[in-house]
Design a protein around this ligand. Structure first.
Ligand code: ADP
Ligand code: MG
Length: 401
């Protein structure tokens, strides 16, 4: 599916372009702690500036629950954006209304304005028609570049697209380009999926959607232990979702059949880095093949990494979602680091696409994000897109003519 792009909106000089961006960034002491999402929106902002538009940016930040709360103000984001753009960024303390409208008209051609947090108004999350109508007064055209929120039917993402001539920004276009081959099953084979993360429950839909079109699936992270338990392995105090043991058994049975019919492999960890807990003193960690009672598996071990690399060595496409261990706490980042480093090293002949909020953070933290074919800005949105779900924010955009 190709959506109408900015070019499709016609002449933009002096027009007010209302742009939905995803500036939901972590703040620390009143400053932006990670500007990855702001950086991702720059190409669209710059393009609109170059076209002579008056750029009106809107976003949510955190969960202020429908009312103003200075803790969730976007003001620090305006400051960081101004540094990155090397240009002035006006900030409006209200989201909609006369003051915000006046601020949009006060912009010069190429000027940039950020309005206050959309979620200070309850109408944002409820996709309210009246709130969308208020927002529509802030632009002559509408551009959605907030891929990370396209799975939510919010007023600034869905309803607004009915009220103004609409298009997708460069980030959404790039996300759709990068993720569509996974969604449509047209990615070059061998196609290998590396799955990890905390919970099997949140990953079952993506696992089931991708299983039929992959050549191998490597599973690590906390989610692996429910599968290992369903196989009858001892998992000690590792993360286990008891209510999913039956489903886990079905997944394993289906994969045994597929292995026999098509040779598709499901690779599970065969050794584990264990400790009393993720915060335990490091003197107490060990590498084992059987997780002893009372200890938790917090990372995959070296033999598991070797197994994963064996499968990844010939891959042409890799989709990686979910850290393979508790990467936030060294040394439990090592499994994730080794697998990610290997994929970065194969950048020339294997397309690696990273999806998921924590996986993207891990790739960036390891300094490997630039060597991946694509690191998605959408956590939940990227998983749902790859699974083949319809995202309301994309469905609301007009198709390219
Ligand atoms: P993503 O956001 O990339 O989809 P998830 O949110 O599913 O990833 O999972 C990330 C979390 O999984 C991290 O906080 C990490 O610490 C945790 N995790 C990874 N491996 C384990 C493990 N063996 N036990 C407990 N938690 C784990
Ligand atoms: Mg996560």
């Amino acid at each position: 599916m190709a959506y109408r792009r900015i070019e499709g909106l016609g002449e933009l000089r002096d027009k007010r372009a209302l742009v939905r961006v995803d500036f939901n960034v972590p703040l620390d002491g009143g400053a932006v702690a990670d500007d990855f999402r702001i950086l991702s929106a720059l190409p669209t902002i710059r393009r609109l500036q170059e076209a002579g538009a008056r750029v009106v940016l809107c976003s949510h930040l955190g969960r202020p629950k429908g009312k103003p709360n200075p803790e969730f103000s976007l003001r620090p984001v305006a400051a960081r954006l101004a540094e990155l753009l090397e240009a002035e960024v006006a900030f409006c303390e209200t989201t909609v209304g006369a003051e915000a409208e006046a601020a949009t008209h006060a912009l010069s051609s190429g000027g940039v304005l950020l309005i206050e947090n959309l979620r200070f108004n309850p109408g944002e999350k409820s996709n309210d028609a009246e709130f969308a109508a208020e927002l529509a007064k802030l632009g002559d055209v509408y551009v959605n570049d907030a891929f990370g929120v396209c799975h939510r039917a919010a007023a600034s993402v869905v309803k607004i697209a009915e009220l103004l001539p609409a298009a997708c920004g460069d980030l959404i276009a790039a996300e759709v380009d990068a993720l569509s081959p996974l969604r449509e099953g047209t990615a070059p084979r061998p196609f290998v999926v590396v799955l990890g993360g905390a919970k099997l429950g949140t990953k079952i839909p993506v696992l089931q959607a991708l299983l039929p079109r992959t050549d191998a699936v490597c599973v690590g992270g906390g989610m692996a232990y429910t599968l290992l338990k369903a196989m009858g392995k001892s998992i000690g105090a590792s993360r286990c979702e008891e209510d999913l043991l039956e489903t886990a058994g079905e997944i394993l049975e289906a994969s045994r059949l597929r292995m026999r019919e098509t040779g598709q492999e499901l690779v599970l960890p065969r050794d584990h880095i264990v400790a009393k807990g993720p915060n335990a003193d490091l003197a107490g960690y060990d590498c084992v093949e059987e997780v002893p009672d009372g200890l938790m598996a917090l990372d995959i071990g070296p033999a598991s990494v070797a197994e994963f690399l064996r499968v990844l060595r010939t891959a042409k496409t890799v989709f990686w979602n979910g850290p393979l261990g508790v990467f936030e706490i060294p040394p439990f980042h090592l499994g994730t680091e080794q697998v990610a480093t290997f994929l970065a090293g194969r950048a020339g002949d294997c397309h690696t696409i990273v999806g998921g909020g924590d996986s993207a953070a891990a790739a960036r933290q390891l300094g490997l994000a630039d060597r991946m074919a694509w690191v998605s800005t959408g956590g939940g949105a990227s998983l749902l897109f790859v699974q083949g779900e319809e995202l309301p924010g994309l469905a609301a955009l007009p198709e390219a003519s």
